[in-house]
Write a protein that binds this ligand. Structure first.
Ligand SMILES: Nc1ncnc2c1ncn2[C@@H]1O[C@H](COP(=O)(O)OP(=O)(O)OP(=O)(O)O)[C@@H](O)[C@H]1O
Length: 489
């Protein structure tokens, strides 16, 4: 009685176990079915006698043969019935190795790469054949697509190579990053048309260099490139500088006509750098010139005609300035014909080391050094934010080249903000808080000057009047000693 109970309990557990395994197998089968059915490759599975067991939907589409015509039919029959050109399985059956052939399906007229792989049983005999068919039309259209992309790539590279070749000798522009190469390709195209270009980008990104590149690659390259720094030009001198003056036009003017910058740029290129710094009054005068391509010399009556190409540059947000009524909308549209956005250095990291090496070569030659950049220095350069962009990089390399003790430049020789902030490293051990703060201030003034390239810009960035910046710098320099601000603009 007890024994019977155990047996029935055992058999119930076995039944449960079997039921679970059947469910598992069904689940596995469902997954396998879904996998085979949804494969984009056509799949055909045959048994050891090369009789088709199953195919998927992609196989039906490729061959035009329906499932019911295939399943249970030996492959050789398909060849005999002129449905397929030859059997790959038949070859595998002989060699017992995977094999690939090009097979034609006569119903659809399509061809495919058919790869047949044998699956062996535990005795080493072939149990199944699995064939994967990849549509050759699809492969060839992918190939064509790839060729097209390669072609475009080659064309792009050729274009860039020719731009670089044209740059050779005339320009020392270093460009390696894809983002900057795109800028250069655009600039090369714009150079060929005579329209006004507006160069936009942070301070020190190379707007001046790109303006010169456009001029050198334009039909005006054998005439003058005349840069005007709009930030440096005063209201009172604007007209006489740009338009020139007649003899005796004002006290101190000589007896002869003095042509202005516009006339100097005739048939050439006028580069209006920092155009966002012009006062509204000067903007109105400039707009008049751009509209009429003519002006009247100070003290004169007759309009003078000029043929100039204008390139303007700014690091200001002119659109915002227009909204704030600080920049004339009509002038903005006249300048913004061909905008070129020059990315900041931190967004074109592939340029950093080639530029650093270029500046290093320059300073090595200038000072007769043989300096090299250590890997740690390269790492520091690559990981810095470069708010002053290429100009700041150039200044940092010059500084490092000069102050390093050995020929291998280590990060310690870079300006402290590039190598990492160590602002009071040079303070004596007994220095109090005041001295530390003053030394820190001195290093910041020095660094911002190096970063922005002029006292005016550095002072503006630090929200100080330039005179305060200069006075402070001189006082601290005399107290703690470092490079002089004398002669700096
Ligand atoms: N691609 C480059 N290759 C070599 N030198 C460069 C490159 N870009 C910039 N420079 C150098 O970096 C310095 C700053 O460049 P540039 O004066 O053209 O910048 P910018 O954008 O016009 O600056 P700003 O806004 O202050 O007028 C210059 O000494 C310039 O020669």
């Amino acid at each position: 009685m007890e024994q019977k109970q155990v047996r029935s309990q055992f058999s119930h557990e076995t039944m449960e176990e079997l039921r679970k395994r059947v469910l598992d197998l069904e689940e596995q089968n469902r997954v396998l079915d879904a996998f085979i059915e949804n494969s984009t490759d056509a799949i055909q599975i045959s048994d050891r006698n090369l009789v088709t067991l199953r195919i998927n939907r992609a196989y039906e589409v490729l061959t035009g043969i329906r499932r019911e015509e295939l399943v249970g039919v030996p492959v050789e029959q398909l060849v005999k019935n002129h449905l397929i050109s030859e059997s790959c399985g038949a070859i595998v059956a002989k060699t017992k190795k995977p094999h690939t052939i090009v097979q034609t399906f006569y119903r659809t007229g399509r061809s495919a790469h058919v790869s047949c792989t044998p699956v062996f049983d535990s005795c080493g005999e072939i149990e199944f054949y699995i064939c994967n068919d990849r549509d050759l039309d699809e492969i060839s259209s992918l190939q064509q697509e790839l060729d097209k992309i390669r072609g475009l790539n080659d064309q792009y590279l050729q274009e860039l190579e020719s731009i670089k070749a044209r740059m050779g000798g005339q320009s020392k522009l270093i460009v390696a990053d894809k983002e900057m190469l795109k800028v250069l390709a655009l600039a090369a195209r714009i150079a060929k048309v005579d329209s006004t270009a507006l160069l936009l980008g942070e301070t020190g990104v190379g707007k001046d260099e790109i303006a010169r590149f456009i001029h050198q690659n334009s039909g005006r390259s054998n005439r003058r490139f005349v840069p005007i720094n709009c930030a440096a030009i005063t209201e009172s001198l604007f007209e006489s500088e740009l338009f020139g003056h007649e003899g005796h036009a004002f006290t101190g003017a000589g007896s002869k006509v003095k042509p202005g910058l516009l006339e100097a740029a005739d048939h050439g290129t006028l580069f209006l750098d920092e155009v966002g710094e012009l006062s509204l009054n000067m903007q109105a005068k400039l707009l008049h010139v751009l509209q009429n391509r003519s002006f009247i010399r100070v003290g004169g009556n007759e309009p003078v005609q000029v043929d100039i190409r204008v390139i303007a540059a700014t690091n200001c947000d002119l659109e915002e300035m227009v909204q704030q009524k600080r920049f004339r909308e009509d002038l903005y549209y006249r300048l913004n014909v061909m905008p070129i956005h020059i990315p900041p250095l931190r967004k074109r990291k592939n340029d950093i080391i080639p530029l650093a090496q270029h500046f290093l070569d320059y300073y090595n030659q200038k000072y007769d050094f043989h300096r090299k950049l250590s890997p740690a220095t390269c790492f520091a350069l690559l990981n810095y934010r470069w708010e002053g962009n290429v100009r700041q990089l150039k200044n940092s390399i010059e500084q490092a080249t000069i102050i390093t003790d050995t020929d291998l430049i280590q990060p310690e020789s870079l300006p402290m903000n590039v190598a990492g902030p160590e602002p009071v490293q040079d303070a004596p051990a007994e220095a109090g808080l005041n001295e530390m703060l003053e030394r820190m201030e001195l290093r910041y003034l020095q660094t911002f000057y190096e970063r922005y390239g002029s006292i005016r810009k550095a002072a503006e960035r630090l929200k100080l009047p330039p005179t305060t910046f200069l006075r402070h710098w001189e006082q601290l320099r005399q107290k703690y000693g470092t490079s002089s601000a004398e002669g700096k603009e």
